[in-house]
Design a protein. Structure first.
Length: 248
């Protein structure tokens, strides 16, 4: 039995993991690092903090039918979420005039975004964090960076435990089914990956974590995009706590 760990980088120097897009100058392209447009190059989105539309995460294990009450509630919750996902996905496709929705493409980009953000947070690059995170997420990560005192963090990605999976989709707008008007979408993605984390002091002495110890990290990451804005991109809004149960 494996217990998936939840978040390495938001813990004390022992272990940690966070998510971020990676943006560097043109020279970084040769290193395979993706670039992102600066906020100053596009229109500012002032109303971006709408809260998490739905805090649904799937249960690690469904209750036994012998526990009929919990079994029925779990089945109902899962069914309700599936219906809302279908309706919201339809709204996103209907309202996305500028960038057509493709689940496969989104998941691929989301996984890269997740890896990029972890790397940027470990390096302490606030400019990238501010560019790719929405305000509440950036504020949380920035506050964590302030607590670092002359230490170097090293984060590495070692592959997937499971492929990323969309578990929740929500779309809200001000004009109903009309294609026009303000509309925001949020997508929660299950990320179950292998990661390592280590912390070194200014003398390069290991003081936390272990660069050779790989951990299975389970996180549910919320992405948000103003789909009515042609210049907006999918950014990290935050995370939803993962179930603290054992999984095989």
């Amino acid at each position: 039995m494996l217990r998936p760990q939840v978040g390495l980088l938001n813990r004390a120097p022992q272990l940690a993991t966070r998510i971020v897009f990676n943006q560097l100058p043109k020279a970084a392209v040769t290193l395979g690092i993706r670039g992102y447009a600066s906020k100053n190059q596009g229109k500012q989105i002032l109303l971006r903090d709408h809260g998490v539309f739905a805090n649904y995460v799937p249960p690690v294990e469904s209750p036994s039918i012998t526990d009929f009450t919990n079994w029925r509630l779990t089945k109902w919750r899962n069914l309700k979420n599936s219906v809302q996902n279908l309706l919201s996905m339809g709204l996103i496709k209907h309202k996305s005039q500028f960038d057509k929705w493709n689940s496969g493409k989104f998941l691929s980009e989301a996984e890269e975004t997740y890896k990029d953000m972890n790397d940027a947070f470990a390096r302490g690059d606030r400019n990238i964090l501010e560019e790719v995170c929405l305000d509440s997420m950036y504020s949380s990560l920035k506050n964590q960076l302030k607590t670092r005192n002359n230490v170097r963090w090293e984060w590495k990605y070692h592959g997937e435990v499971e492929q990323p999976k969309i578990v929740c989709v929500r779309c809200v707008g001000t004009t109903g089914l009309s294609k026009h008007g303000f509309a925001v979408a949020q997508v929660t993605v299950k990320m179950f990956t292998k990661q390592s984390m280590a912390v070194f002091d200014k003398k390069n002495k290991l003081i936390g974590g272990d660069p050779n110890k790989i951990h299975n990290i389970l996180e549910y990451v919320v992405f948000q995009k103003t789909i009515s804005d042609p210049e907006d991109i999918w950014r990290i809004y935050g995370k939803i706590a993962a179930p603290e149960k054992l999984v095989k």
